[in-house]
Design a protein around this ligand. Structure first.
Ligand SMILES: [Zn+2]
Length: 361
């Protein structure tokens, strides 16, 4: 795994030798937890315990090259979701007002990503169907009030009842709307873009797409629309990622969609909201009553900084596809809308990543 080398300035940190590629530190905008911590667990423990756990996990994320992340919350029963959002908003407000409580060598949570509850039940994936709701005006008001300005991204399905006015309300409130967990056809997808949606959540996963009616994928024809892509080698085939990277588009950016099982003790059972999940082959799966993996994917078990080397190996060795590292790494640059200032640079050489701390926050 990558290691951090410390250096006081960027100039000192970057060696002048050629053949070294530098990329900004990772920003994971779709992450449900890691190192045994489920971000939904803020409800299950005391404020103090959760804060100290989050600090521990954020320091570990930083050691792996992640400088910023958007804690991503799963669909859950409405009152639980309200409480979860409110508790996170309180925590994020205190980080903003007293930045000193956050260690300098810890990744910084930059706002919440709500994945649901306004999804298409048929494309729910691991989200509990019973908790999926229609986005009514009172629910949106309540959610925005609980979030106190800390909700950065909402993923919703544009074809469900009330989705179009909901998109307008969220966009007006400064929230980025991403389309996902959806069976929307092309016309429904474009209506959502016209209403102000600007993103796609985990492109190709939990969406219906067909070359005669591309559905959500068609949204990428419009300028200013960008899409997450899970680059863990499991959720999207490396050949598909290769196509996107080779197209040289700045319309796709990598996310992990990882959860508590990432870097948790091997074969341990972890929670993902109300679910129990376990890992197998780099991915997280919903566990059955015996604690074994079912076939329902529940996210990744790999942190985002692990993805580039893995992809590079899969493309060049397993598939014999030529790709230069710079092209591949363009997928891992934080998208502009994240608005993050990079504090680290990661150095990608051969199959290893090295991170150099280059500036204070
Ligand atoms: Zn997710």
């Amino acid at each position: 795994m990558p290691k951090i080398a410390r250096s006081r300035t960027l100039k000192k940190a970057i060696p002048r030798n050629t053949g070294t590629l530098w990329l900004p530190a990772f920003c994971d905008l779709h992450i449900h937890g890691a190192f045994g911590l489920d971000f939904m667990a803020i409800n299950a423990v005391s404020e103090k315990t959760f804060l100290s756990e989050l600090r521990r996990v954020s320091e570990l994320l930083c050691q792996h090259g992640i400088a910023h992340y958007a804690p991503t919350l799963l669909t859950s029963e409405w009152s639980t979701l309200e409480a979860t959002v409110a508790k996170w908003a309180k925590l994020l407000s205190s980080l903003r007002s007293q930045p000193r409580i956050w260690p300098k060598n810890a990744a910084l949570p930059i706002g919440l990503h709500l994945e649901g509850p306004f999804l298409q039940p048929e494309y729910a994936g691991a989200h509990p169907r019973s908790a999926i709701l229609a986005p009514t005006a009172p629910r949106l008001r309540r959610l925005l009030s609980c979030g106190s300005g800390h909700i950065r991204i909402v993923t919703l399905a544009p074809e469900i009842t009330g989705a179009i006015p909901a998109i307008k309300t969220l966009v007006k409130a400064g929230v980025r709307v991403q389309l996902g967990h959806s069976r929307a056809n092309t016309a429904q997808s474009l209506a959502a873009i016209n209403a102000g949606a600007r993103g796609l959540t985990h492109l190709f996963n939990a969406m219906r797409t067909h070359h005669r009616d591309p559905g959500l994928e068609a949204a990428l024809c419009w300028p200013n629309v960008t899409a997450e892509i899970i680059t863990d080698g499991v959720h999207v085939h490396p050949a598909k990622v290769y196509q996107l990277a080779k197209a040289g588009s700045d319309r796709h950016y990598a996310v992990s969609d990882c959860c508590a099982v990432a870097h948790a003790p091997k074969a341990s059972l972890q929670t993902l909201g109300e679910l129990r999940v376990t890992q197998h082959g780099g991915a997280a799966y919903v566990a059955n009553k015996h604690g074994r993996a079912t076939t329902t994917l529940a996210g990744s078990a790999r942190l985002l900084p692990e993805h580039p080397a893995l992809l590079y190996r899969a493309l060049t060795q397993d598939l014999s596809l030529p790709i230069d590292k710079k092209t591949l790494l363009s997928l891992f640059t934080p998208p502009a809308f994240a608005g993050v200032k990079t504090r680290f640079f990661a150095n990608f050489e051969a199959e290893t990543l090295r991170f150099v701390r280059c500036a204070e926050r």
